[in-house]
Design a protein around this ligand. Sequence first.
Ligand code: GTP
Ligand code: MG
Length: 298
Amino acid sequence: MSEVSVVIPTLNEEKTIGKVIDDCIKALNKVKINNNIDYKIIVVDGNSKDKTREIAKRKNAHIILEERKGKGIAIICAFKKINSDYLIMLDGDGTYNPKDISIFLDNLLNQDIDIVIGKRVPKDNSMTKLNRFGNYIINLLIRKLYKLDVHDICTGFWGFKKKVYKDFTKIEATGFDLEVLMAINSIKYNFKLLEIPTEYKRRIGDTNLSPFRDGALILGVIIRLLRDYNPIFLFGSLGIFFLLLGLYFGVRLIITFNEKGFLMIGHTLLTVLFILIAVQTIYFGLLSDLIIRKINGR
Ligand SMILES: Nc1nc2c(ncn2[C@@H]2O[C@H](COP(=O)(O)OP(=O)(O)OP(=O)(O)O)[C@@H](O)[C@H]2O)c(=O)[nH]1
Ligand SMILES: [Mg+2]
């Protein structure tokens, strides 16, 4: 008999955790009968100051207490401790509908899919315009720069096969950079992704997400990982930037020479310096791309 663990990260979610666990149990009992599968519900709590843990214990959920701050740290800690064949990760704030766990598991169990991503379909303005916009930009960047066909990687509803979440224990996520790191790392391991639409309800308790701070954290990850996944774009853009700087100083140098008849030493040096840096940077990008292609056998 195989086993599925449902992991619910929580930080002060006393208003919603009880119903989330009840709905998970309902969904899992259906899956259990049809697929001969056992389940565990695990709440990974970030040392909530309210009754979250008390309610979860009363509902017979297992509790992992991870006092270090950040959803990413909590989830990676759970990935390390759990050994089930399948793992579903679902936020504890009541925004997702656990009934869709059955569709997630159907794909993980019966199809050649390694990761299922719950693509949010917002209900009753459950997502602010700012969050929608940020989410659109993040997913657009991932599609264009990483060639990954995803539309909502910031979702908090995911499903994994064991090999996936065990590989993801190597990810160094802290907070809300977790999801983007998982999506990009799935390229390295060649995991097959599937997005499934899932209803996204309005949050009841207080949010832990800070759109600007966490948005910057996620964008930072997207740029940082380009070095390993798309070096031509990263170093090519830097190279073009230095090339334009070099050309700017070069053109000014020529104009002054034509008008006044003398050579500005400072501009001459800057022109040569920036053009040399540009050539080196572009060359470095091409070389990195070649090495990565060799390593990945592309
Ligand atoms: N264990 C743990 N869980 C956390 C921590 N921060 C957030 N969470 C949980 O992670 C889930 C996602 O956090 P939310 O605050 O809902 O963030 P979000 O879903 O991006 O933002 P909203 O749209 O406002 O819901 C929730 O279930 C939180 O309780 C943390 O530091 N530790
Ligand atoms: Mg939430």
